[in-house]
Design a protein around this ligand. Structure first.
Ligand SMILES: NC(=O)c1ccc[n+]([C@@H]2O[C@H](COP(=O)([O-])OP(=O)(O)OC[C@H]3O[C@@H](n4cnc5c(N)ncnc54)[C@H](OP(=O)(O)O)[C@@H]3O)[C@@H](O)[C@H]2O)c1
Length: 280
């Protein structure tokens, strides 16, 4: 069974997420999510830009689970920065998902173009609409994604409601220590995207060696390493076999020496998605 963690708003989030990036609407996706939910997954990670919210919504209905049993996280795309467009985007996501509330809604990427004073104002302006969605109960948890330390500092000084989560790239070979540390200081839970480095970390020799030693798979070692850092891994798999394997990370621990060994890896499997330089 997946453990849960308390957020700074008092709600709980499962400590393992199932991602849906690059999986467009399809019956295959619906059935894969239904099977994952029946297997024990309780946190589905989607985004408007993934164009699969309808499949996520159908899977929740077909799983037979009560709405309250599933944690549904979606993200507001970068095209929606103004107050009104955020409200419209949230409404659209809810309609597509066939839900009357989201468990979590995130600013997908910080705005970073031009002068810092200008982009800081844009981000806090977007956040005001998130605060309204939260106060109206349409969204139970509000958060950010891909915010690095320098995006967070000014943002936190001006936010009326503190973000509860920050979803960032986090995997062996790419751990964004400064951002994780700042989030910890502010009680913001870090959700780690691409915890398997999109599959690339599974071949890192040190991870393969550790997997043999622990009688676990390389994926389980990488996911467990996230948990050792108090980061919630949001992994993705369409394969029932891999989904089952990825659930089996709550029955063992890595030693401090092995955590340190993975921490010391050089930069590996970085997506190249740098918030200050993305084109959107
Ligand atoms: N906030 C953001 O900006 C952002 C950006 C990127 C991603 N994300 C979120 O993070 C999620 C995860 O990222 P990701 O999609 O890059 O996922 P990932 O978990 O790092 O890698 C997924 C790849 O690993 C394979 N895999 C999964 N479990 C495996 C196992 N046990 N053994 C061997 N291979 C395995 C999958 O293939 P199979 O399907 O064959 O298992 C897939 O090819 C996304 O889906 C999305 O929800 C968020």
């Amino acid at each position: 069974m997946i453990a849960t963690v308390k957020l700074n708003n008092g709600l709980t989030i499962p400590s393992l997420g199932l991602g849906t990036w690059q999986l467009p609407e399809s019956e295959e996706l619906v059935q894969s999510l239904v099977s994952a939910l029946q297997m024990g997954y309780r946190y589905i990670d989607t985004a408007a830009i993934y164009e699969n919210e309808a499949s996520v919504g159908r899977a929740i209905v077909q799983s037979g689970l009560h709405r309250k049993e599933v944690f549904v996280l979606s993200k507001c795309w970068a095209a929606n920065r103004s107050y009104d467009s955020v409200l419209r985007a949230a409404e659209e996501s809810l309609r597509t998902l066939q839900l009357d509330y989201l468990d979590a809604y995130l600013i997908h990427w910080p705005y970073t173009k031009g002068d810092p004073l200008a982009w800081q104002s844009v981000n806090i302006g977007t956040w005001r609409a998130f605060e309204r969605l939260y106060e109206e109960g349409l969204v139970k948890t509000i958060g950010v994604s891909n915010f690095q330390m320098h995006h967070l500092v000014s943002f936190l000084a001006r936010a009326n409601i503190k973000p509860a989560v920050n979803q960032i790239e986090f995997h062996p070979g790419f751990m964004q220590k400064n951002t994780v540390q700042l989030c910890r200081q502010h009680d913001i839970k870090v959700l780690g995207w691409s915890p398997l480095g999109h599959g690339s970390v599974l071949d890192i020799p040190q991870i393969v060696e550790m997997a043999k030693r622990y009688e676990k798979s390389p994926a389980q070692i990488a996911l467990r390493w996230c948990l050792e850092h108090n980061v919630i891994p949001v992994t993705r798999s369409l394969s029932a076999k891999h989904q089952e394997e990825n659930l089996e990370i709550f029955d063992f621990k890595l030693t401090a020496e092995d955590v340190a060994l993975i921490d010391a890896l050089p930069i590996t499997a970085f997506s190249g998605l740098e918030p200050d330089h993305v084109s959107f």
